[in-house]
Ligand binder design. Structure first.
Ligand SMILES: [Zn+2]
Length: 226
């Protein structure tokens, strides 16, 4: 099903160590001011460290930037899955799984359930973890759970313009919002066809020189499945 990626199901560790090194640089946001005292930040490698960090020139605190976790649900219902059409940027008007940033104070499963309620108005029960997909370049990790509707009810929240159940043959692959969703849905369809739903880990490496809107311009590396 992976028509676009050049190395769709590589089971071996990343095919090119040099590409990993490039990717690991990532897109780090340039911090100008200290989040604690408002002082101007300088950008240097702190003593004993290896990466350039934003260091406050007044209070000396270091602003560490770390990846964020995005949590969401792949909801199965009557052999269909629930997708939401985005009513916000980025990827306005494109389809996605209900998913969003994990909040402090909640577990990944709780966050996925909350996001599903907010974006799809659906009460769900998490069934099992389905995929962890790391995107090093943009510092995100997606954790997607398989889930089922507690009641056969859903309706778009403020961040969605529509929510629909799609048969697997009718998933709108040409208007999906993100590479992570493209990968998740392809893995799920492959599992359904093979008769065994697995857990997947993988790294999505965007191909250099491609834009964020080109969601098929990636390789799925280090794909492990159990
Ligand atoms: Zn400061």
């Amino acid at each position: 099903m992976f028509s676009a990626p050049s190395e769709p199901n590589s089971a071996s560790p990343s095919s090119s160590s040099s590409s990993v090194a490039v990717q690991s640089a990532g897109n780090v946001h340039k911090i100008k001011f200290c989040q604690w005292c408002g002082g101007p930040a300088k950008h240097e490698i702190p003593n004993g460290e290896e990466k350039i960090r934003a260091i406050c020139t007044l209070c000396g605190k270091i602003a560490y930037q770390n990846p964020k976790m995005v949590v969401g649900c792949l909801i199965e219902h009557d052999k269909k899955i629930l997708l939401c059409k985005r009513n916000i940027e980025p990827s306005y008007g494109l389809w996605t799984l209900p998913a969003g940033y994990l909040e402090i104070g909640e577990s990944a499963a709780e966050g996925a359930i909350r996001e599903t309620w907010e974006e799809a108005g659906a009460e769900v029960e998490v069934v099992s973890p389905f995929a962890q997909l790391d995107i090093p370049l943009i510092g995100q990790t997606y954790v997607i759970f398989l889930a089922k509707l507690k009641k056969p009810l859903f309706s778009p929240g403020p961040e969605s313009s529509e929510c629909c159940l799609f048969e697997l043959d009718n998933i709108p692959f040409d208007s999906l919002a993100f590479s992570s969703i493209f990968v998740t849905l392809n893995l799920y369809i492959e599992d359904v066809k093979s008769g065994k739903i697995k857990f997947h880990y993988g790294t999505i490496n965007k191909r250099l020189g491609t834009g964020p809107s080109d969601i098929r311009a990636f390789t799925l590396d280090y794909h492990l499945q159990v």
